[in-house]
Design a protein around this ligand. Structure first.
Ligand SMILES: NC(=O)c1ccc[n+]([C@@H]2O[C@H](COP(=O)([O-])OP(=O)(O)OC[C@H]3O[C@@H](n4cnc5c(N)ncnc54)[C@H](OP(=O)(O)O)[C@@H]3O)[C@@H](O)[C@H]2O)c1
Length: 200
């Protein structure tokens, strides 16, 4: 299968790469230059950069929307520009990129959103992040009505460095392993998982 994935310096991506690279043809979109594999450089927060992407006649079997930013701020402590950056990447960029990919998918293409339990549960000091994840969750639900092969994965805390330096997690908060997340992706790609929304 030919898979296109966004956000490829992430911890989750690194684990996915190990699991998928040998079996599938992987294409990546990253803000930073990458030397391994098929790669498009694009700052997904910038609409002009998405518009400039050229995928030619390539048809992708799977799209994985993974790029996203998170923060831990009191709402009134930050400038509006910081919040706009979050909304641009987490909410607008998947919609804009999917529109751009209209002629690079076919009726069997699977669209997978690597999303978050934050789209369903409240948490302190993250209200704009919550808004971005919640907004895209409903986009995915709506899209599912038109395009049957849409999936959304909502992990809670994944055992990664995503939170390091931002918050200290209470001892009773359980995280899930990266391998659990990767396993769900593999199940979807192999047509073994049919649920639309999967909470981990
Ligand atoms: N880790 C967790 O506990 C957890 C829990 C629930 C949900 N999630 C979700 O999982 C996804 C991946 O998270 P992660 O834990 O792997 O985080 P991460 O290590 O911080 O990775 C975030 C990714 O987003 C990409 N990115 C950031 N700004 C970008 C931009 N302007 N343009 C293009 N790409 C950009 C980065 O890719 P490049 O550097 O290659 O550009 C990076 O690979 C996110 O959507 C996150 O919300 C994570």
């Amino acid at each position: 299968m030919r898979i296109l994935i966004t956000g490829t310096n992430s911890w989750i991506w690194k684990a996915l790469k190990e699991a998928l690279n040998s079996k599938h043809e992987i294409w990546k979109i990253s803000k930073n230059i990458s030397k391994d594999g098929n790669f498009f450089q694009c700052n997904l927060s910038e609409k002009e950069e998405i518009e400039k992407l050229d995928f030619g006649n390539t048809i992708f079997d799977v799209l994985i929307f993974n790029a996203g930013v998170w923060y831990y701020w009191e709402f009134f402590s930050q400038e509006m520009a910081n919040y706009e950056e979050i909304i641009k990447l987490n909410l607008f960029s998947p919609i804009r990129l999917l529109k751009k990919l209209e002629h690079n998918i076919n009726k069997d293409t699977k669209i997978i959103f690597m999303w978050s339990i934050a789209s369903k549960k409240f948490m302190k000091h993250g209200c704009v992040y919550l808004a971005s994840k919640f907004g895209l969750r409903w986009f995915a639900w709506g899209l599912k009505e038109e395009w049957k092969k849409v999936y959304i994965i909502n992990p809670k805390i994944v055992d990664t460095d995503f939170h390091k330096g931002k918050i200290v997690l209470p001892e009773n908060v359980k995280s899930i392993g990266v391998k659990d997340v990767v396993w769900v992706f593999e199940e979807i790609i192999d047509w073994k998982e049919n649920r639309f929304e999967i909470d981990l």
